[in-house]
Design a protein around this ligand. Structure first.
Ligand SMILES: Cc1cc2nc3c(=O)[nH]c(=O)nc-3n(C[C@H](O)[C@H](O)[C@H](O)COP(=O)(O)O)c2cc1C
Length: 190
């Protein structure tokens, strides 16, 4: 492994009463426990949205965090067989800072576990020259995985899936970071 990696943790839901906070309550301490990542958060609940997308201050903040990141972990719920509009506004707020960086998904929802949203996100991130990795942690009927105070019922299983996902994400982040250092991505097809 190379340097410590910066992962931008992006929440897809800004909905009041969102289940995303239960996922965060499990995920963030787990990520910290690995001790090898600097985590920066992009949370729609802390951003301002306009009919045209993020307002200027939020767009600037998001662009700077995406630029800083070596890799992305997107916590994506499924809304009507797709991903939430708030997440699209975050994604669309910049272009080049996504280039040649890896993305992994933790998806959740009802019967589909958010996988239909993830399949759509893969198409979107191809357009942004980003690498969506195969491994996904998917929580079908997400609320059945956690007790009323947010502890997972099967932490071993969930954490093992997360560990595999992070190993893949780290491999890609290290490889792409080294490649971007050798040749600027823009120059590769200049
Ligand atoms: C507007 C809306 C549409 C939804 N559509 C789906 C769906 O198509 N498939 C599914 O499995 N779950 C669906 N759900 C369930 C959500 O994935 C689930 O409630 C999840 O917890 C939402 O994430 P959040 O609470 O963090 O916003 C939907 C929920 C909402 C609010």
């Amino acid at each position: 492994m190379t340097d410590r990696l910066t992962i931008a943790l992006i929440y897809g839901s800004g909905r009041e009463g969102r289940f995303a906070d239960t996922i965060a309550g499990w995920l963030e301490p787990e990520l910290a426990g690995f001790g090898q990542y600097t985590i920066i958060r992009i949370d729609p609940a802390e951003l301002t949205f306009t009919p045209g997308g993020l307002d200027e201050a939020s767009a600037t903040l998001v662009e700077s965090r995406i630029s800083q990141a070596d890799a992305f972990l997107i916590v994506a719920p499924e809304y009507n067989h797709a991903y939430p509009a708030a997440l699209k506004a975050i994604i669309d707020s910049c272009f080049r800072p996504w280039h040649a960086k890896p993305i992994a998904f933790i998806s959740y929802g009802g019967v589909s576990g958010g996988l239909r949203a993830v399949e759509q996100l893969r198409l979107v991130f191809a357009e942004l020259h980003a690498v969506a990795i195969r491994e996904t942690v998917s929580l079908a009927h997400a609320w059945t995985h956690f007790d009323p105070v947010g502890n997972p019922f099967r932490p071993g299983q969930l954490n093992a899936q997360l560990a595999i996902l992070l190993k893949r994400l780290t491999w890609w982040a290290d490889a792409l970071k080294a490649a971007r250092t050798t040749t600027r991505y823009d120059e590769a097809a200049a």
